[in-house]
Design a protein around this ligand. Structure first.
Ligand SMILES: C[S@@+](CC[C@H](N)C(=O)[O-])C[C@H]1O[C@@H](n2cnc3c(N)ncnc32)[C@H](O)[C@@H]1O
Length: 313
């Protein structure tokens, strides 16, 4: 993965293309023009790169570059385009046609009902992880439940849970200071009260601190997976994605260590790859968790597995 990423020089390799895009964008006179031109630039590269939707991406980039809402793009369609906005758009398009993720370019990503800042230090939150939030908030926990989100990244899961269950005490942890600062910034931005702790999994979590629920979307991709060479993941840190040859190293650690941080009756809820449910169910059962269940996403794929720690029963 590292070699793939280092072989892509966003600024260097795109010089000729950037000049061509610059001439194209500079010839535009209105938001309508610049939207069409951006869509054209993105569509022409679609054969080489996996774009979701050039039209949508063009709109996101134009709004970002000119700092306008979608409504302003319509109501201010006659306004002259500022030079700074055009430059910002050219840079954004030049990065995007080399595959750089939209979220990293514009610096934010929606998740649940939140708008989150993102950075290259951690994963771009995925809609897939909303199933973790849905499952967590549907659990029969007390009004003042104590919840831990391990490997919180942008804080996506922790903040979404807290936004839905404001009486729960929610803590997020991650192992890099830059990530903790990003999650804290997202808590302020979204006005949600979550504490974030620098911790290598449980290393800075006190054993006396018992949780009613531990959630985690840990790294779970096999270290030699071909998937790491495709799309956005090429640009995301492997520390957020991979976990040993079978992708299960961190999950094993969390399952084994997690039990001593759970209250009697507490839950462990893990996001995982769609082929890993069987292994994870087995690990949970062998460690002594009960009520082990797996939930599927909208495509019917196994995506989260839940176990309950009930040693006193
Ligand atoms: C798949 S990402 C999930 C991020 C976030 N929870 C989300 O769903 O968007 C995994 C996260 O685990 C973190 N992580 C990796 N190793 C860790 C460790 N040893 N201790 C704590 N966090 C770790 C990564 O930094 C990354 O933020």
């Amino acid at each position: 993965m590292a070699s793939t990423r280092s072989s892509i020089k966003i600024d260097g390799a795109s010089e000729t293309q950037t000049r061509a895009i610059g001439m194209f964008i500079n010839s535009c006179n209105s938001f309508a023009d610049v939207l069409t031109a951006s869509k054209k630039v993105l569509s022409e590269q679609q054969a080489n790169l996996t774009f979701n939707d050039p039209r949508l991406e063009a709109k996101i980039f134009v709004e970002y570059a000119f700092n306008k809402t979608s409504m302003q793009l319509i109501t201010q369609s006659d306004k002259p385009l500022c030079v700074g906005g055009k430059k910002k758009l050219v840079t954004a398009l030049s990065k995007r046609i080399l595959g750089y993720p939209v979220a990293y370019i514009v610096g934010c990503q929606p998740f649940w009902t939140l708008n989150l800042r993102v950075s290259e230090h951690t994963l771009i939150p995925r809609a897939d992880s909303e199933i973790v939030v849905e499952t967590a908030i549907s659990l029969p926990l007390s009004n003042h439940a104590n919840v831990l989100d391990l490997g919180t990244g942008t804080g996506a899961i922790a903040l979404a849970i807290k936004s839905e269950c404001p009486h729960w005490l929610v803590t997020g942890c991650d192992f890099k200071q830059e990530i903790i600062e990003l999650a804290e910034a997202n808590a302020i931005l979204n006005n949600v009260d979550v504490a974030f702790v620098l911790s290598n999994w449980f290393s800075a979590i006190a054993v006396t601190q018992a949780y009613d629920l531990i959630v985690s979307n840990p790294p779970y991709v096999e270290s030699n997976s071909v998937w790491l060479k495709q799309g956005d993941v090429r640009f995301e840190p492997s520390s957020a994605l991979t976990s040993g040859i079978d992708g299960l190293d961190d999950i094993k650690h969390i399952i084994c260590e997690g039990a001593q941080f759970l209250n009697n009756g507490g839950y462990l809820l893990l996001e995982h790859g769609h082929k890993q449910a069987g292994m994870i169910q087995q690990m949970l059962q062998e460690t002594g968790y009960t009520e082990v269940t797996t939930k599927q996403d909208l495509n019917g794929l196994d995506r989260v597995t839940l176990g309950r720690w009930l040693p006193n029963n």
